[in-house]
Write a protein that binds this ligand. Structure first.
Ligand code: MG
Length: 202
């Protein structure tokens, strides 16, 4: 199982990061050890002083495919969840400055909290709203209609480079409002009005 994360997929987030709008999707991978499930707490790692949350809609691949045409891509996923792409922003800044890969800033243990249950895509609208509450206050709100690259485009593009396999997860990018977490924080994520995860930073 692989975890594929899309960067820079919401224009308002690109603006807040002072990045450029990509012409093709930007992606990176996290190892399966990055997953954090069942609302278990996230333990703040000692190697970073600036862990940021990035709330992202996650699609789960349900069949094997390579070189998937965009018009058929919708057949490759049926369930949708919500996750966080935790990012050690201080380490990422260093990597970017040196032109190095981001893995140490993105792929560390439990950097990918994920909903325990997924929602059937038929039970969600075409444009899915989602949000993150931090200590009871909404800090990120997004809607998949604002994605630069749609789910189908992403699936088609990624499948040029490697086969997509059953159970693979695609974190589809974050809207604006990313920010730091602190020890003691409580994070709640919603897809539409469904509470999808609820965990603490320890
Ligand atoms: Mg992200």
């Amino acid at each position: 199982m692989k975890i594929i994360c899309i960067g820079r997929n919401y224009a308002d987030h690109i603006k807040e990061m002072n990045s450029n709008v990509p012409e093709i999707p930007v992606f990176f991978l996290k190892p399966d050890t990055a997953l954090l499930r069942k609302n278990k707490p996230f333990y703040y790692p000692e190697f970073s002083k600036e862990i940021h949350y990035e709330t992202e809609v996650v699609i789960k691949i349900n069949r094997l495919g390579k070189h998937i045409e965009e018009k058929f891509a919708h057949r490759y996923y049926s369930e949708i969840g919500l996750g966080i792409d935790f990012t050690a922003r201080d380490l990422q800044r260093e990597c970017k400055k040196k032109g190095l890969p981001w893995e140490i800033a993105k792929g560390f243990d439990h950097s990918a909290p994920l909903t325990e249950t997924f929602v059937n895509k038929e039970d969600l609208p075409d444009n899915i709203s989602f949000k993150l509450d931090l200590n009871g206050e909404t800090v990120q709100e997004g809607n998949t209609k604002d994605m630069i690259f749609s789910f189908d485009k992403l699936i088609s593009y990624l499948s040029i480079f490697f086969p997509l396999k059953i159970g693979d997860l695609i974190f589809t990018g974050t809207p604006s409002g990313v920010g730091e977490v602190k020890i003691g924080d409580k994070l709640k994520g919603y897809l539409e009005d469904r509470l999808m995860f609820d965990f603490r930073i320890k």
